[in-house]
Ligand binder design. Structure first.
Ligand code: URA
Length: 237
């Protein structure tokens, strides 16, 4: 693999940054400065250092993002800003995609990865990956509404939702809802099915991942080794 490609797929630098760093003597391969970023290296065997740091070769990249309002969960969009635009340039062109869809106005936990197989497994309906959302709604939810939402309501196209779990706050206009599927606008439509309306929605967890409270809206970080392990294990089930 070309050295500049290696630095790009490991999200170390863009190809042009890699070329510049090489010319400036900031890259070594097996301890020897390499002035040309187009040379071929063996990612499994060669030790590449970029600005003095050893570059770990990992084919799969996992990112946790705290999605703000106003961004769409897509890699490209002719009209709106996409969640990819919240990442630095070196991460924008390496095949990362949002794993699952949050509406433009929904905020919170979003996983981005370049691992298509894992993404596919997490999103497959038969995987029943649970997702918890914090919500606020316009009107008070009665016990009857909660019972209906928990046992299943009909949404678009006559689809009957699978059992859900609701934790309601004392005000009864906010709480947490956990679902194990991901139909388009699912929570919004579920609340509409009991004659209510979502006013705020935030994803708090996705499978084994829990939103990092330290991440401000619009901020991101790589998954930790433990989170990555949990996620990969979750997909082996
Ligand atoms: N359900 C919705 O209605 N919107 C989302 O963004 C996610 C789940």
């Amino acid at each position: 693999m070309r050295l500049d490609k290696f630095l790009s797929v490991t999200a170390t630098a863009t190809r042009s940054e890699a070329g510049k760093a090489a010319r400036n003597g900031k890259i070594t391969v097996n301890g020897i400065p390499c002035k040309n970023a187009s040379v071929h290296i063996d990612p499994e065997k060669d030790a590449v250092e970029y600005c003095g740091e050893l570059v770990a070769y990992s084919k799969n990249i996992y990112i946790m993002l705290n999605k703000p309002q106003g961004y769409v969960s897509a890699t490209e969009d002719g009209k709106d800003k996409t969640v990819i635009e919240l990442l630095p340039e070196k991460l924008r062109d390496i095949g990362l995609f949002p794993c699952g869809r949050l509406d433009k106005n929904t905020v919170g936990l979003m996983l981005l990865t370049n691992n298509g197989e894992l993404g596919h497994k997490l999103l497959a309906p038969k995987s029943h990956v649970s997702k918890t959302y914090g919500f606020k709604c316009e009107n008070i939810l009665s016990d009857d509404d909660v019972a209906k939402l928990e046992s299943g309501v009909y949404i678009a196209g006559g689809y009957l939702t699978k059992p859900a779990k609701i934790k309601l706050s004392p005000s009864r206009t906010e709480g947490e809802i956990t679902i194990t599927e991901g139909k388009y606008h699912q929570i919004k439509l579920m609340l509409e099915a009991v004659k209510n309306k979502i006013t705020e929605l935030e994803r708090l967890s996705f499978g084994p991942l829990v939103k990092d409270e330290k991440l401000q809206r619009g901020e991101w970080r790589y998954l930790t080794e433990l989170e990555t392990e949990m996620l990969e294990k979750h997909c082996q089930k």
